[in-house]
Design a protein around this ligand. Sequence first.
Ligand SMILES: [Zn+2]
Length: 444
Amino acid sequence: MTDLLIRRVNVLQLRDERASILADHDIGISGNRINAIEPTGTIDPSGAKKVIDADGQAALPGFINSHAHVAMVLWRGMGEDVNLETWFNDYIWQLEANLEPEDVYWGMQLGLLEMIEAGITAVSDHYWHMDYAARGVEKAGTRALLSQAMFGANGLGQIDETAGFAQRWDGAAGGRIRTILGPHAPYTCDDEFLRASAKKADEIGSGIHIHVAETREQTRASLSRRGQTPIEVLNVCGIFEVPTILAHALGATPSDHEILADAQAPVGIAHCPKTYAKLAMGFNNLVELRALGIAVGLGTDGAVSNNTLDLWEAMRLTALGQKQVTGDAENLTIAQALTIATQESARVYGQAEDLGDIAPGKLADIILVDLSGTHHFPLNSVTASLVYNARAGDVRTVICDGQIIMREREHLTLDKDEIMANISPRMERLRRRENTGNIQTYNP
Ligand SMILES: [Zn+2]
């Protein structure tokens, strides 16, 4: 039985880092999974409950945002043209002192609106008041891997509290919500805290999502203070004994790369190139990391550094950035950029068997992208257009878990007017910065 049939679409296929397009195909969806991909004309549309005619559009797997602080969209445009230390100490950790739980509920929905419009169907979100974020995800119909952030200074008791959150919500919303523990970083959590976090993650069958080696300076500071790189610190604290998402790892050394490649549990790196470029953090060499088999996914980080939650930008900057880093225009190829944006982001997200690919048996997270715009014409290469020309606004329709959540740019789950009306009155309080109320100090 076909519940949803997408007709006359061009389906992106990625196999062994090669990209191809199945032109004029139909995708059949039964329940929340893809059950067929056949040339148009093979499947009888009269047997389907719902039909979308996607003539000429491209079908891609829904994008997966590997690292974000979604509700930070509330402060986008604040904290501009400053270095990382000022960005943390004079902006983020002053602004976050004003954050109330309901702000996260509405901020999450605003970020989800923007992500749905850009074709993002899953996000690994690391933030505060995550019960409220989870309620936003339930409503939006998307997927999320949620972690409640923790600073060591707030005490070991948080670990049990956030494990409680993780157990409450893991598998919720029909499996669309998963959870993971979120110690902030090795420079904000001491060894005892990191060890206890890893132990708790292991006990409850969870993993760890953490910032590490965000800059080369953090690696230098850690080496001079204690003779270990930030990644060595995580390793001796047992973090890599559970599945781990590392945000950034820009300051990882060649010996750190070996640690990651040899880790006993899956380790993935979330790569957020727009934030790196804005904060002059540099880029890591993904060609080297990938040669060691380390999974790399795309992320947006928070909108105070990234301004948008848009992985088209991240994909493009990843390809462009690697050409600069390696000094070789043959790195990273279009097919590799698309693979990172889809299959590898699914690996980092911990659901490679179900997501990141349009194939029978996979979960039905599919976006339909319009390539009829002036900026795609004449369409000589669909795959080049997807990496170098496409914009969030080209995404027409978004399907997650078999449900249509945006149809021809019309939201079917979230109410944009309601979200904006609830956020506007909060902004006067949220914009206030007081240098006495920092929730943390950046001092790596
Ligand atoms: Zn981050």
